[in-house]
Design a protein around this ligand. Structure first.
Ligand SMILES: [Mn+2]
Length: 235
């Protein structure tokens, strides 16, 4: 088998009718041995089916906030810009990818999409809703880690990074509140914020709240996340 085909979801602007993705994701997937392709959000169910028939793995990229109505809450003032087309597309894509036992890596918003797709919820704004939190919206370059996360010992993530503590970047004002019953927590920051989740059984499905695609060049642990994901997509 050649390189596994990795579908990467994209950002999208309704106003400018543009699809956008940071090249970080493309470069990380390619460096780890995958063949990156972009999946622009669409409404058509049959296109979603066709995407899923062709890709070997799914990478959910970062982005804005998920519409809180989807997890049963009205929006707080801090809730950011919404993208209904992208939300609907990604939630449908994820549910059906899981039925097909595809391997999935969710990054930042992607981690939150995984949790919401299977019945979890989010803090709409960590600083307002959770006391004594660390700085999770870093004012440092994206390639620079600013806080640590503790990896749960019995997790797949631990077997990937083989370290109890790793340093990560942090560019999120939201985080997982209630974890979906399909997932377990794989990492926390020191303030108790959930920084990674993974599926309890079945296919490889990992969500990380940080951005390993900006760290892998200087961090073996973060590169290993991509390598393991691509490896799982070969199976
Ligand atoms: Mn963080």
């Amino acid at each position: 088998m050649g390189r596994p085909l990795i579908g990467i979801t994209t950002n999208h602007s309704d106003r400018e009718k543009e699809v956008r993705l940071s090249r970080y994701y493309v470069e990380a997937v390619a460096a780890a041995g995958g063949l990156p392709v972009l999946l622009p959000p669409v409404r058509e169910q049959e296109i979603i089916t066709d995407y899923l028939e062709r890709i070997d793995g799914l990478l959910l990229s970062g982005g804005g906030d998920i519409d809180p109505l989807i997890y049963g809450e009205d929006p707080l003032p801090e809730n950011g810009r919404l993208d209904p087309l992208r939300d609907n597309f990604e939630l449908e894509l994820v549910k059906r990818a899981l039925e097909r036992e595809l391997s999935i890596l969710g990054i930042c918003k992607g981690c939150q999409v995984l949790n919401i797709a299977f019945g979890g919820s989010l803090y709409q704004d960590l600083y307002r809703q959770k006391s004594a939190v660390l700085k999770h919206v870093q004012e440092a370059p994206r390639w620079y880690p600013t806080h640590r996360v503790r990896i749960e010992a019995d997790s797949h993530l631990y077997r990937i990074v083989r370290q109890e503590l790793i340093e990560v970047n942090s560019i999120h004002h939201q985080a997982i509140k209630e974890v979906s019953p399909c997932f377990k927590v794989a990492a926390y920051s020191a303030d108790g914020v959930i920084e990674a989740i993974e599926k309890k059984e079945g296919a490889f499905v990992l969500g990380v709240q940080w951005h390993p695609e900006c760290l892998w060049q200087d961090s073996k642990e973060n590169f290993n996340i991509f390598k393991e994901f691509i490896e799982q997509c070969r199976e």
